[in-house]
Write a protein that binds this ligand. Structure first.
Ligand SMILES: C[S@@+](CC[C@H](N)C(=O)[O-])C[C@H]1O[C@@H](n2cnc3c(N)ncnc32)[C@H](O)[C@@H]1O
Length: 286
């Protein structure tokens, strides 16, 4: 999953949505001091360009990602940045490394937690990473009918042999299936022990200028393309793109040279939460 160069070139939508939330929480972020963590930092561009400049000038920022390839890429690209470092971490791990517990004054995470099968454990781990009084600003995808398109493609007998059923299910986010994702998230956060300072579900949209741009985005983030044998890859990509676009609104759009192309309007929901770990309660691992 995640082809780095493809993701860097085809993640305008994620970058824009992260920027929206970061600008909205500008005041809160300026108060973020000490050691902060960006969970699911990916190639590190949002970490370095959007998050770091908004934190207090004394803050130190650590980008964490499950993929070593992402961490290596980010480390290499931003090696000269003194206040920034990167390391490998699975936020869904059953046991977090002991030396990480209670280490962070603030946690941030953009477009990562919908990749976690066990979202409860991911949030519980964020709670454990924070110091008492620490705050977290989290945004992730709640719903996108593209996930239904994926499920349909995985049922296709041409591709099914390469995608075990438990894996096909693993990448449909928990909140995608919730009728009221905001209420479900609030309940989860409450049960973990967070003080909820803000929790909202937002309807968003993004226009892909043409099908090729949408296709590049899909290829960059689809978890199974690497498992499909080479002779079926192109067919798999075309079927996925067809399934997804058939669920979206397409409209004609004239290119600068007068040629006609079709743009695609993607509608989806995100969840945004701003949280605080209370001073008083101590979790088992603190
Ligand atoms: C869509 S990218 C978002 C990257 C960046 N935050 C951004 O806004 O552009 C999601 C990232 O989350 C990472 N990720 C997925 N599951 C994770 C987990 N369990 N723990 C840590 N990172 C994870 C992926 O490897 C990927 O780099």
């Amino acid at each position: 999953m995640f082809m780095i160069d493809e993701y860097v070139n085809a993640s305008k939508c994620q970058y824009r949505d992260a920027l929206d939330v970061i600008e909205e929480f500008e005041k809160e972020m300026l108060e973020m001091n000490g050691k902060c963590i960006d969970i699911g930092c990916g190639p590190g561009d949002v970490t370095k360009r959007l998050i770091l400049p908004k934190l207090s000038p004394e803050a130190e920022l650590v980008g964490a990602d499950i993929l070593k390839s992402m961490v290596d890429h980010a480390r290499q690209k931003y090696r000269d940045e003194k206040r920034l470092s990167f390391f490998q971490l699975d936020i869904e791990a059953v046991d977090l490394p002991n030396d990480q517990l209670g280490q962070y004054t603030n946690a941030l995470s953009f477009y990562c937690l919908h990749w976690c099968h066990n979202t409860w454990r991911a949030f519980d781990n964020i709670y454990k990473l924070l110091r008492p009084g620490g705050k977290a600003l989290i945004m992730f995808l709640a719903w996108n009918d593209g996930f239904d398109a994926y499920t349909k493609v995985y049922e296709n007998p041409r591709f099914k042999p390469y995608i075990p059923p438990e894996d096909a299910d693993r990448f449909v986010p928990f909140f995608h299936r919730c009728k009221d994702s905001r209420a479900a998230l609030r309940k989860m956060l409450d049960a973990i022990g967070f003080e909820i300072l803000h929790c909202s579900r937002r309807e968003k949209s993004f226009v892909y200028q043409n099908v090729q741009i949408l296709k590049s985005h899909i290829i960059a983030v689809n978890p199974f393309i690497s498992r499909i044998p080479d002779h079926l890859k192109e067919e798999f990509e075309d079927v996925i793109v067809h399934e997804i676009t058939s669920r979206k609104i397409s409209f004609p759009n004239k290119k600068a040279n007068g040629q006609q192309e079709y743009s695609i309007l993607d509608r989806y929901h995100i969840l945004v939460a701003y949280l605080r770990k209370p001073e008083g309660r101590v979790s088992e691992q603190d």
